[in-house]
Design a protein around this ligand. Structure first.
Ligand SMILES: [Zn+2]
Ligand SMILES: [Zn+2]
Length: 295
């Protein structure tokens, strides 16, 4: 099952150049991993778009069916579309798109992808107001303890997108449409309807931003992608009590492989130790010393 682990594939250089300018128009934030795809398992392909990970689930060797988890930064539509074509072929849209939550760096391409593919998008019902134009997320906290990315966060968009009739709530019983082996787990705190996806058979976790494997507030660490299992990005996390419980919840699943929304995928002992440490030291390491969402 671990075949293909860390097989790093650099994206076709030509596509890279075409779309570079387009992405930069939005936020000139690039990590060392931007534009790199990794096949973690034969059916889990993790692609880093600027600073955020998009997961393509489906084994192109054995099936034409696939699912997209999250949709990158604003301006990433052409890029992600090309990654999908490179992996799953022309004219082969996914069965569905699943969103771990609705923050701007996870829904960047979703409106354009849905226009092209006509597929349904699923998210937790508590995220629906932010995905149907009804409510904005609270403002990112630029005053929160942390580095330059935190200070830049007030310029991040927090207006809702509107997916209209394409967005549907996930079934309440934990099932995920078109992903029969998987279950969703409610992991609020970073966003009210935040979810993580878990596959029991090989203990694969698609975590979203419940924890990240980089210190997301620090520009240096984001750009270099220094590995470090940490709590959710501080500038957008509004409920730290729930955020802590959510980390405990995913740690209790004892995942063997995890892809988080930001940073490198992590597995085995590094993952187990990192999660245990984060649970034990959550108050000191994850929760900021100051910031407007602390009480
Ligand atoms: Zn987020
Ligand atoms: Zn994020």
């Amino acid at each position: 099952m671990m075949k293909g682990w860390y097989k790093v594939m650099r994206e076709n250089e030509r596509n890279h150049q075409i779309h570079e300018a387009e992405d930069e128009k939005f936020l000139p934030l690039y990590s060392a991993m931007s534009g790199v795809g990794q096949e973690l398992l034969s059916d889990i392909y993790c692609y880093t778009n600027q600073i955020v990970n998009v997961v393509f689930v489906g084994d192109p060797e054995t099936t034409s069916d696939w699912i997209m988890i999250d949709t990158g930064m604003p301006g990433s539509y052409q890029r992600l579309r090309q990654v999908a074509i490179d992996r799953f072929g022309e004219n082969n849209p996914p069965q569905a798109i699943i969103l771990t939550h609705g923050h701007f760096d996870h829904v960047g391409a979703v409106v354009d992808l849905v226009k092209e593919w006509g597929v349904s998008v699923y998210a937790h019902e508590a995220e629906l107001p932010y995905l149907t134009g009804r409510e904005s997320y609270p403002d990112p906290d630029g005053t929160v303890e942390g580095g330059l990315v935190a200070k830049m966060s007030p310029i991040f968009p927090n207006e809702p997108i509107n997916l209209g009739t394409h967005i549907k709530p996930l079934p309440r019983d934990g099932r995920i449409p078109h992903m029969s082996e998987w279950r969703w787990v409610h992991t609020p705190g970073h966003a009210p309807g935040h979810i993580s996806l878990f596959r029991e058979s090989d203990r694969t976790l698609i975590a979203g931003d419940v924890f990240v494997n980089v210190k997301q507030e620090s520009l240096y660490k984001v750009l270099t992608q220094k590995r470090e299992i940490n709590g959710p990005p501080r500038y957008l996390t509004t409920d730290w009590v729930a955020a802590k419980r959510s980390v405990e919840k995913v740690a209790a699943l004892k995942p063997s492989v995890a892809v988080a929304g930001h940073g490198h995928p992590v597995m085995g002992e590094e993952l187990a130790d990192g999660l245990e440490k984060l649970v034990n030291e959550f108050d000191e390491r994850a929760i900021p010393d100051y910031g407007k969402y602390l009480n």
